[in-house]
Ligand binder design. Structure first.
Ligand SMILES: NC(=O)c1ccc[n+]([C@@H]2O[C@H](COP(=O)([O-])OP(=O)(O)OC[C@H]3O[C@@H](n4cnc5c(N)ncnc54)[C@H](O)[C@@H]3O)[C@@H](O)[C@H]2O)c1
Length: 344
């Protein structure tokens, strides 16, 4: 048995849990059907749900709450989210609300899950296509990282998580950025466990300072305002892109905004564009696309009176939590980027 499963085994023994409830999705269970064989059958309950973004919904939560009642799960149970962010978002919400909260740990299986979704205590479900609109803060008691699970992750999912890793380098770990930018072709083996641990430590430290997103935590949103808008704009097109891919593009545009605001040096901006474009394709947006993207930006949660508050990069490895951005700024950014950065 690998170290991570041994750690989980010890954790279970130390806490003397009566039952272990493992939430996972069918793809993962199919790939790792014997992963939890070290736990006796009588002690474990594996719940398999067809979980993906579209399954982050209330009816799935209801099904899960009913299953827990049917199996007489109580506060002496351990809840394990074994999957990507979709699993930990739904599972976190169910664990937080069942009997007003049962002991929960995350056991992420995607890169995004390991460095982002499993850390920081946010969970959530979608209602009527509004993403993560219902949820709460419920912090996992522990996070178990087995980076060998990444070997089966599809390339697009790897790239999806890699964007967040690049973001951590840019906002608070220059050394990490230097190491990431030297990767020539991204593979599961390129991702070191050390990077994952560093990213988790960085997010944990930022979240501890500001658990409920009032100030410092906002630097984690670098690239996300424009990224979310691009993701939403392309969602129903013939070429949708993953959240991480959109965030990677968003980082470039928001870095350009930092430069325009006099906060980021030109050579750093160009380096960011060059590195991110090495890994990610950039769609060629027409002016009417850009107008729609700017409108999506204006639906951002952090908007007041037509002005969005976004975090900005001030160097490679540092960021500030807030700067004001308007719709006009966004249109200008896309214009400038097309003229100056697509040929770097
Ligand atoms: N709560 C937070 O702080 C937070 C942060 C970031 C993202 N999220 C949420 O996370 C979700 C996205 O999560 P995700 O990117 O981890 O993807 P995901 O959980 O949707 O999984 C993506 C796909 O990868 C498959 N998969 C998972 N692990 C695998 C493995 N080891 N091998 C092969 N296939 C595997 C899954 O079955 C699924 O088909 C979104 O809903 C997003 O809103 C939450």
């Amino acid at each position: 048995m690998d170290d991570t499963r041994l750690q989980l085994k010890r954790y279970i023994v130390n806490h003397n849990f009566r039952k272990i409830v493992i939430l996972t999705d069918d793809t993962i269970l199919h790939l790792y059907s014997d992963y939890f064989d070290f736990l006796p059958d009588a002690k474990k309950l594996i719940i398999k749900v067809s979980i993906s973004e579209s399954a982050k919904k209330l009816s799935v939560c209801s099904q899960l709450w009913e299953t827990l009642i049917a199996h007489e799960i109580d506060k002496e149970a351990l809840w394990v989210n074994f999957g990507g962010g979709s699993v930990s978002d739904v599972g976190g919400f169910v664990a937080a609300t069942f009997k007003r909260g049962i002991h929960m740990v995350n056991y992420p299986t995607t890169l995004l899950g390991m460095i982002d979704a499993a850390v920081g205590g946010k969970n959530g479900i979608n209602i009527e296509n509004v993403k993560n609109v219902v949820g709460c803060y419920y912090f996992p008691k522990s996070i178990f990282i087995d980076s060998s699970l990444l070997k089966t992750l599809p390339y697009t999912e790897l790239l999806n998580g890699f964007a967040e890793l690049l973001k951590y380098g840019l906002i608070c770990d220059k050394q990490l950025w230097m190491e990431l930018k030297s990767i020539s072709s991204l593979k599961p083996q390129s991702i070191s466990k050390d990077w994952i641990q560093r990213a988790i430590a960085m997010k944990t430290e930022i979240v501890e300072k500001d658990p409920y997103d009032a100030h410092e935590r906002r630097i984690l949103n670098v690239g996300h305002t424009i990224g979310h808008a691009i993701e939403s704009f392309l969602m129903h097109s013939s070429l949708p892109i993953t959240h991480g891919h959109a965030v990677a593009i968003g980082i470039c545009y928001e870095a350009l905004f930092s430069f325009i605001k006099g906060k980021l040096a030109k050579d750093k901006l160009e380096e960011i564009w060059r590195v991110i474009r090495k890994f990610y394709e950039f769609p060629d947006f027409s002016s009417s696309d850009v107008m729609k993207i700017a409108e999506f930006c204006m639906q951002d949660k952090k908007i007041t009176q037509g002005v969005i508050s976004i975090p900005l990069l001030t160097d490679i490895g540092t960021a500030i939590p807030s700067e004001k951005m308007t719709k006009q700024d966004i249109l200008y950014l896309f214009d400038q980027a097309k003229m100056n950065f697509f040929n770097l």
